[in-house]
Design a binder for this molecule. Structure first.
Ligand code: HEM
Length: 311
């Protein structure tokens, strides 16, 4: 990809993993769009500058605008493929759509900094929005999901992260931006831990302790990685960049699943493959142990887009 004249991306979209995260979901107050456009640009710039100031703690983040709110905030231009969350269900498996107007995603290796910045951002947006959901994420063991399996192993690496996550061509105004999907999954850990480890491994398609991928012939069609490892008609992998982290408390805990991608299509096809299955009765058996509580679709524009439309 030619990065020469790429608009500045929000650094949190492609950043490497962190120890802590904060997720803030806001809905906007009616009639304050001009003020909010300016404020969104300031918040994005503030997060960008803090990435330098707190580089030692790997601070990063991004702000994204909800698919259903986009036209209200930016009536003049819309990312070509932006659409609401693809809600779906089959049998007892459900991916509901719960949309929000704004998503602020902050991550850092120091929780105190994160807490300060989250408060600061909420204050900057005060009077223009209502905070409707908030969660805090954390690294669990050696980057494991709360099921005990390492999560993120097959994520794109190095510069390939940008190639997968950022719009590069075909939609000039939105280059450097990213389609974002968020699902808050609540796990039934009691039920999961009652399974023998081998049964858990068959459901994921990798071994638990040492995180080794099953040989292709051994992967059950109902395993998670079989269901989400998809290819197009030419045999190219359909990729997303996952920025998920475990979240929660004793009462409710699970995975804050976050996909960032240059197209919303890959996420939607993977979700279909998990929930509706392969047409031969094979759906993702991980879904017997976790439940999507939310499903939200956003676009995280480049810093340059927000600066020019927020002026
Ligand atoms: C892989 C966990 C939901 C897409 C994995 C792996 C684990 C995992 C343990 C294997 C290691 C790795 O490569 O990261 C979970 C859990 C989920 C969840 C606990 C929800 C509770 C989703 C959803 C999608 C998804 C909703 C997309 C719609 C992927 C992809 C891979 C993956 C693309 C890599 C597959 C490969 O190429 O091997 N996930 N996942 N996951 N997951 Fe998930």
């Amino acid at each position: 990809m030619d990065n020469q004249d790429m608009p500045r991306e929000q650094l949190g979209v492609c950043a490497e993993g962190n120890l802590h995260s904060v997720y803030l979901m806001f809905n906007a107050v009616d009639g304050e769009e001009a003020a909010l456009r300016a404020c969104v640009a300031s918040v994005a710039q503030y997060i960008y500058e803090l990435s330098d100031q707190y580089a030692d703690s790997a601070f990063n983040g991004f702000i994204a605008i909800g698919a259903n709110y986009w036209d209200t905030l930016y009536p003049e231009a819309r990312p070509a493929l932006l659409k609401p969350f693809p809600a779906m269900e089959a049998g007892s498996r459900e991916a509901p759509a719960i949309e929000f107007d704004l998503f602020v995603h902050l991550r850092c290796d120091r929780f105190d900094i994160l807490h300060l910045v989250a408060n600061e951002v909420a204050q900057m947006l005060e009077d223009l929005v209502e905070l409707v959901d908030e969660e805090r994420g954390f690294r669990f063991m050696d980057s494991r999901d709360l099921t005990g399996f390492v999560d993120g192993t097959e994520n794109p690496r190095g510069r390939h992260r940008q190639e997968v996550a950022l719009v590069a061509e075909g939609d000039p105004l939105f280059r450097g931006g990213s389609y974002v999907h968020v699902q808050k999954f609540a796990h039934d850990l009691g039920k999961w831990h009652r399974l023998a480890v081998k049964r858990q491994e068959d459901i994921i398609g990798r071994t638990k302790l040492d995180n080794i991928e099953y040989a292709s012939a051994d992967k059950p069609l109902t395993s998670h990685i079989k269901r989400v490892n998809l290819k197009d008609g030419d045999g190219n992998s359909l990729e997303i960049l996952r920025q998920s982290m475990p979240f929660g408390s004793v009462k409710q805990q699970g995975l804050m699943f976050i996909s960032v991608c240059h197209t919303p299509r890959h996420f939607e096809l993977m979700l279909q493959s998990m929930i509706q299955g392969d047409g031969a009765g094979n759906h993702d058996h991980l879904l017997h142990f976790t439940k999507a509580m939310t499903g939200s679709s956003f676009f995280a524009p480049s810093l340059d887009f927000m600066a020019s439309y927020g002026a």
